[in-house]
Design a binder for this molecule. Structure first.
Ligand SMILES: [Fe+2]
Length: 424
């Protein structure tokens, strides 16, 4: 019997299919290499290998190739007759995920992991700030994320994938020292992992270490493939730090080359949110308004996210619509809240509308009540600094500099030195 890297038995007799599967799954878990190609190799070596078809479906879904993902999971489901209970549960959970039914996928994952805690590909969709917990729309989801992983921790020892995700959960609740220890251990075991480098970058960001973060991630990024799943987002982190240290021209070069729509491939969710976020934060830092760029992002959002429902995308779309004067698209997000955090999206869309017409009093009045639970929209603390710094900027522009300073130092004390808002 052949096993995966986590000692779970696999229904295949082909050693080469098994090896390609393990490498392909590691590619998903690390965001390195060509996971799709590896998993296609696994199913070529053994076309009856159900879990390889399922993992291929997951890799295709992550790469935003939805129709091919559906075809691959259909193939996996058709092979369910001759496989183990663990493998059937695995395909069932990934099937719900690829069908787009997050609630069913979440429930199936908890059930499955109770019996098979080391089925990493089933735990993985529940991790990270874009996962099923991250996008649950619930208040307190960062604590839930940490609790979920803490429960699994005894089953994973010093595994690099698990440590990476555990460190991310730790830093997002403010446990910087623990997170650093956890990520160092994970990176020791897999120094190339893009997810590992990304989490380490978040720790630098949360500790307010602009220079150290830039030195680390800027160097790391040189060897990372341009088509890597995290390339766009890692580039955003680097550009943001360049902006913080006052090198706007270099920052924009990175955005233009590696982040904005149509340049290098990236998951559409990252292209939209990272471009909108950078544009807004550059303006908060004193950069000139760039209506052409805003129009490009608004257009991208309307094309790639025509149906609202993913709060994190919708919030950034609303920002782009507001800043580019796309009032119809903006009004739609306000009038028809969709998804588990729909009302937060609607509230923030109104904030951005007030921001665009430079009504600072209204911006503050609408944004302040959202601050206590803005984790509901998903994304990392670093990403939601978009909202933290918007409030600080609005207070400053409304002629309330003491309130602006108090807000920043009480909510994001490590970011005081980041020059995040011009004129503070
Ligand atoms: Fe990030």
């Amino acid at each position: 019997m052949l096993n995966d890297r986590y000692d779970n038995p696999l229904t295949t007799r082909s050693q080469s299919a098994r090896d390609a599967y393990v490498e392909g799954v590691d590619s998903i878990l690390s965001a390195n290499g060509d996971g799709i190609g590896l998993l296609q190799g696994a199913v070529q070596a053994d076309d009856s290998f159900a879990l390889a078809h399922a993992a291929l479906a997951r890799a295709l879904q992550i790469s935003a190739r939805g129709a091919e993902a559906v075809a691959a999971i259909t193939k996996a489901r058709a092979l369910a007759a001759g496989i183990s209970g663990r493998e059937r549960g695995h395909i069932n959970m990934l099937g719900h995920l690829i069908d787009g039914d997050g609630a069913l996928a979440y429930a199936a994952a908890l059930d499955h992991l109770a019996a098979f805690p080391r089925d990493a590909l089933i735990a993985q969709p529940l991790t990270g700030v874009f996962g099923l917990i991250g996008f649950s729309g619930l208040s307190g989801r960062e604590a839930e994320q940490l609790a979920f992983l803490a429960q699994l921790a005894p089953h994973y020892g010093e595994d690099w994938w698990f440590g990476t995700q555990f460190a991310f959960a730790q830093i997002e609740v403010g446990q910087a020292d623990r997170a650093l220890q956890t990520i160092e251990c994970a990176l020791e075991r897999n120094p190339c992992s893009a997810h590992g480098a990304h989490v380490r970058a978040h720790i630098h960001y949360e500790r307010g270490e602009t220079e150290a973060g830039l030195a680390y991630l800027g160097e790391w990024r040189r060897d990372y493939q341009r088509r890597g799943v995290l390339y766009c987002h890692i580039s955003w982190h680097v550009a943001l730090w360049m902006l913080e240290r006052g090198d706007a021209a270099a920052a924009w070069r990175i955005i233009d080359d590696c982040v904005r729509p149509g340049k290098v491939w990236g998951p559409p969710l990252n292209v939209l949110t990272d471009t909108a976020s950078f544009l807004h934060r550059a303006e908060l830092m004193g950069g000139a308004p760039q209506p052409e760029r805003w129009r490009e992002v608004s257009e991208f959002a309307r094309q790639l996210f025509p149906k609202p429902g993913i709060a994190f995308a919708d919030v950034h779309a609303a920002l782009a619509h507001a800043m580019s004067g796309e009032t119809d698209a903006l009004a739609k997000l306000i009038a028809e809240p969709v998804g588990p955090a729909g009302e937060v999206v609607a509230a923030l869309a109104q904030v951005f509308a007030a921001f665009a017409r430079q009504d600072w009093t209204e911006s503050i009045a609408l944004l302040a009540p959202v601050m206590a639970t803005h984790e509901r929209i998903g994304g990392s603390r670093a990403q939601r600094d978009l909202l933290e710094f918007s409030l600080v900027a609005a207070l400053l522009k409304a002629g309330r500099p003491d309130d602006a300073r108090l807000t920043l130092i009480s909510r994001r004390p490590k970011k005081v030195g980041a020059r995040a808002v011009a004129g503070l």
